[in-house]
Design a protein. Sequence first.
Lengths: 613, 134
Amino acid sequence: MFKSKNSSSFSLDWINQIPSSIVIIDTDFKLISASPRWQANFQLDLNAIEGKHFLNLFPEISQDLKARLQYSLDGLRDIKFKYNAKDCQYSSKDSIWHLNPWKDGYGNIIGVVIKVEPISKTQELEIELSKTKLILNQKSAVAKIGSWEFDVQKEELHWTPIVNKIYGLPAAFEPNLDEAIGYYIEESREIIKRVVFEAINSGKPWNEKAQLKREDGTIIWVNTIGRPKFKEGKCIRIIGTIQHLQDEVVQNVEVSNSIKIEYPLFEKVPIGLAIIDLETGVFLNLNQHMLKLTGFEKEYFLNKNYKQFVNAHFSSQSENLTQQLLEKGSFTPIKFTFSNNKKHLLNLKVTGTLVEDSTNVKSVLCTFENITSQFKLEKNLKNTIASAREKNEQLLNFAHMVSHNLKTHATNFSLLLNFLNDETGKIQRNKYMNMLFSASDNLSETIKGLREIVAVKSSINEEKKLLSLNESLFVVEQNVAGLLKETNGKIINEIPETTLVKALPAYLNSILTNCITNSIKYRCDDKKPIIILSIEENKSYTILSVEDNGLGIDLEKYGNELFGLYKTFHRNKESRGIGLYITKNQMDAMNGKITVESKPNEGTTFKFHFNKK
Amino acid sequence: MKKISDITIIDDDAITVFGLRKLISSSVEYNSIKSYANGKIAIDALTDFFNNGIQIPQIIFLDINMPIMDGWEFLEAFIELPIAEKIRINIVTSSIDPRDKKQWEHYKSKSHHMITFNQKPIDRTKITEITEMA
């Protein structure tokens, strides 16, 4: 039983190195230590608050918090507590507090570890859920730890009713020290007497397993912890706990002794932790939570280089990470994907801090957080926002265009009607009438164009079909035959007979007609128009190239506006500035793409990417 | 009626040009009115005038949405010409797009010419006002 000598005097140095926001309190809710991050979060200085009653720091929430801390001391794991900053004096940010029992090397609860994490919406919901669970769990959480206090000067012993239960004594029983020690079996009694003596005379705390003979005669194992408190060099009182150990805990003692625990919290912290050797990059240790997260056994990682488990992008940064660690003692969090034992891709966020052991060997303490659900939500949200923004932009452009164009006609009508009204001469009146007719034709033309655009936007839900490209082309060639003849033009078709594309029949027809008429319309005056059609295939697209020897477009100048509405680039009376806008919209609606290559006076090549799906 | 030397209209819409010409001729005395169907033809002509020492028109009516070279591109090129006189450029548009107003403010601050932004329709009062101030 003397193996446990060191376990009650943990070194808490590690807390200064941990990158998370953590505070530790003892069973009396006194603040033991806090990580630098926690101190920064709450703008509190450890020197000023060490040993203070934790609940007094947060009086506004002390009642809620106290109940939860109590559950945690009873052994309940990962209790989540929502911290509302606006109710409290410290910290401007809402956060989630994860309460976990702080255990010594033997699994005895000696306090509570509180990890503070920034809040996310998903967590908020989760908490609502677990609140309900907590209420259900309360009944099953058996209180097994009793606390006591011994006033050395008055020789008075006080303890909580739980201790009475452990001793098997009635609740009303009030003990003195000799009586309390007298219940231990003879062998244990000597040990207890000695540790109490040492505590009072040399200030040494204890943490012992001992056998207790209960009032009803049964012998049980208990764990007793005592901490002497000194004033002016004299021990004035001892506070401590006593816990009834279940059989399995006692059996586990031997096992847990054989594992070298560098960080007492390593296994208890509710986040994935791993220690990686700075020089070799191999895993030295991983905690349970980390193994649960990844789904693999410890052996899967141990003594292997971390680069085997991360993607190329991450491992390429290793030099940068080492540099950060050596310069700042930590590196900025990195997100990466990890394939777990079920081959599911997880999005993990890793942070790391440089730690040094007593022999100056440097290693990296890493925390791993599973951010898959946040990552997915974030991605979905980003996509939705982007597409909504695009739609909105389109809509606004469309609205401006429509209002602009209709207003032009309306003002023309009113202008001409005013002139007509003022005019009496017949010849002049006839002239105004003719202009009114032409204004009305223009309006009809504009509305026709708008209708075509709306038609594209509203027929997106129709089903695509597999169509023979050559058959569709044949129909289009018939339509433009007159135009071709007039201009001595020629279409050279290099498309294989078997080529199929997935498209809406009406769109395909419109796209082909539009493109071929454009090639003829914007021909060079001194050349006969030649149009060459060909096909390329790649994994996801069938690509139709339409190459001409026409005027070409200065892409540097007009590239951005090429597919815009009412954009025309040539001095040509037939230009409406609608064709390419509609073509682009139709290709978009079929999940395709359109690209263009062109040189002024040499020609243009449009490439229509038809999606194979 | 005030006498204005030369007036230029840059607009691709024939009816608008006709209307403007008629309104101007019934409101002010002028030397000449020239009209151009887009910014490119207009800037070519004006650059020509400038290079040959011909008087640049005192008043310009400028449409925004035109093919080949729109009103903004015309302005960009026009204010590059080192013209000493203060020319009155009246943007006339049916656009209600706030981005066009922004563009106008941008060019207004960049140039010593007097640039105004006018919504269609332009009526006789407006014409008188414009020509009086020039």
